[in-house]
Design a binder for this molecule. Sequence first.
Ligand code: GLC
Length: 428
Amino acid sequence: MQLLSKPEYIEKTAADRDRRMAWWREARFGMFVHFGLYSVLGRHEWAMAEENWPVDEYEKIAPRFQPKPGAPREWAALAKAAGMKYMVLTTRHHEGFSLWDSKANPFNSVNYGPKRDIVREYVDACREYGLRIGFYSSLMDWHHPDGGAAAYDSAARKRFTDYIYALNEELLTQYGKIDILWYDVSRPMETFEGWNSLEMNQRLRALQPDIIINNRSKLDEDFGTPEEKITAEKDRDWESCMTYNGISWGYVDSAQVGPYSYTAPQILKMLARCTSGGGNLLLNIGPAPDGSVPSEAVEPLNAVGKWLEKNGDCAYGRVTRPKSWGIGSGLCALTLKGSKAYLWNSIWPADGELILGGFVSKVKSARILATGRELNFVQEKHRIFLRNLPPDCRDTLVGVTVIVLEFDGEPETIGFASRPQLNNGRIF
Ligand code: GLC
């Protein structure tokens, strides 16, 4: 294989990025799944490192890892019901336990624990539910003997980077078409040269020409990955990954994390912020040791899905990324798509009047997205008055009512439209 230099590689991947990213830019909402031996411990996926487990002792957890057959179908069914369009599974987290039939890594779920290929079950479940398939793949590995020495010993580094490549090669050749390769934690090496990422990613792309790759192998690749925060990355695609509770990606029992877990309106708030900045939301669940979905996620995600069934237009699909504001600060939930502006409104005005400031373009119509009900409006200079809003227009599913304004072209704004000035109402 003819390897490209870094500038050549960047140019080549940029040239067909629009084609490869087309589905992802419309998908908006995905499910992250953190599942591994750490799920058995139930106290954060970093337990092995944080509690200084010796490798041979940690290996003894493996027999206790017994996910019930069909568990990945539960995750996929929930993702589908929530209106998510893709999933990303931790095929191997930092603990170094592979969830598939790996030749490169004998410490895997076919040799130990359930003696099953969980990645296969996951891939089949994604396909059954029509979800795009993502593989999370840790670069760091606490189990591999060279995982630490790779930092300073070049022979160890060669063995270790060959091992990492071999794992990813298996993942990208044994399961048919895979949509996303989601790298994580590039330690102990600190450069793309140290990881040999330029060569690794070129070889992997040759195996899966449509694949999209995140930015965590010390190369920018296709999209940025703000973690536990929703901030738009400048001039590039981005996806915020969020835990379900602000505490742990891996399973912690509901009695402990339940009170910290997101409600449906909070999830919609995150989705709104991602959407308005043209990004995606990758929301995590940490299944229980037997693979069942954490109970605190079920009701909120189902409610979000029901809401999206009626209001999906404001979230899915290509949005126009606003030029005049970022989403890093303040409250903002205005999605711009072509000649339409979607206002995600969380507090219905008591006096039935909303005043939206900052739009310069002429409004042609205003309606409730979920029902299509037309609303009366008056436009004066830069203000749009929506009056006599019928109280029964308010969304009863989650309490987030979307109003669609249609303009006579792409709406032009003068700054305040990012935080519409509402009378008694509030946009997130
Ligand atoms: C982090 C953590 C990890 C988690 C990941 C998700 O970098 O190391 O445990 O899997 O973020 O983005």
